[in-house]
Write a protein that binds this ligand. Structure first.
Ligand code: ZN
Length: 319
């Protein structure tokens, strides 16, 4: 009798253990190169997929180099999502055999960045960005850069969510209805955010902001303000002394009272410029990754974008 009981309890114990280990083998796993893409995938997946973020919290994705462990995790996942256009240059070179891929910026028509190798003359960028519609054919030997920061326009972020949902449904059709419902709900949240931006930024005294790096081109184009960036499309493209002097002149001409800084890179240049022109500094977060502090505080893309809107309204002097 005793033997039977212990045998029974062993069976119960074994069956209790089993569900924890087996599903992980066939669990739907998604790897995303950096935070915003992971956040979108998580919102679509709910509990139905595991989402890994390759660029760690607190790191600048422009600079991150994946470890061999990262690469192994990506090749073991069912779906890999990356941005492209130079945001995560390592990702474009990966060769994956059994992993579905989303190269996100291939689905968008991208803005052209300033060419930082040449001294910039034109301080008056009018709002018309030159060349909205490029196809992706790179001409031989040209060195145009395209702006990778599409997620900072919430309507484009909503399109990204739809692209992610479609691919997830293709890879894991069993949960199609759930993914589509989750995607629709999150897209609604992003379009609500867009409405808040439009309403808040509709009537402002100023029309230019000075940002740490040129991350806000799509946001500026959508809501009708002008971005003057200290660094280039990547924070590592630091400005020449001449460029800095030009920005300082502009700041004084336009009576700009706030210089923006970011969370993942040093605020030093923003602070120096602010001191020079008698301005204050404010945070404008390109949401390229969360810091440990932001994670601990429960922040996410939508909450950070709401804080951004508050600070934009201060700097642009909106009513
Ligand atoms: Zn950036």
């Amino acid at each position: 009798m005793k033997k039977l009981i212990s045998l029974l309890s062993l069976t119960i114990l074994l069956s209790a253990c089993a569900p924890a280990s087996t599903p992980s083998d066939d669990e739907f796993t998604i790897a995303a190169s950096f935070y915003p893409l992971a956040e979108m995938a998580r919102n679509v997946a709910g509990d139905h997929a595991e989402v890994i973020t390759i660029t760690p919290a607190g790191s600048d994705p422009h600079e991150y180099e994946p470890s061999p462990k990262d690469i192994a995790a990506i090749s073991e996942s069912d779906l890999f999502i990356f941005n492209g256009a130079g945001q995560d240059p390592w990702a474009e070179k990966l060769e994956l055999e059994n992993t579905a891929i989303i190269h996100m910026t291939e689905n968008f028509s991208l803005l052209e960045g300033e060419d930082h190798d040449h001294e910039e003359e034109g301080e008056d960028h009018d709002h018309e960005e030159e060349g909205e519609d490029h196809d992706h054919e790179e001409e031989e030997g040209h060195h145009h850069e395209f702006d990778p920061h599409i997620w900072l326009d919430p309507t484009q972020a909503a399109q990204e969510v739809e692209i992610i949902a479609e691919k997830m449904i293709e890879v894991d059709p069993q949960n199609a209805a759930i993914y589509q419902a989750n995607a629709d709900a999150y897209k609604q949240e992003l379009l609500q955010l867009d409405s808040e931006y439009k309403e808040t930024l509709v009537s402002c005294q100023k029309d230019s902001i000075i940002t740490a790096h040129a991350a806000f081109g799509y946001m500026a184009a959508r809501y009708g303000f002008n971005q003057i960036a200290i660094a280039g499309l990547s924070p590592e493209q630091e400005p020449s002394a001449r460029k800095l002097a030009e920005i300082a002149d502009l700041a004084e001409e336009e009576d700009i009272k706030y210089i923006f800084f970011e969370t993942l890179t040093s605020p030093r240049i923003s602070e120096t410029l602010a001191q020079e022109v008698g301005a204050q500094t404010l945070l404008l977060d390109p949401v390229e990754g969360l810091t440990q502090e932001q994670i601990a505080a429960g922040e996410n893309y939508v909450t950070v974008m709401r804080s951004n809107l508050k600070n934009l309204a201060i700097a642009l002097e909106c009513e």
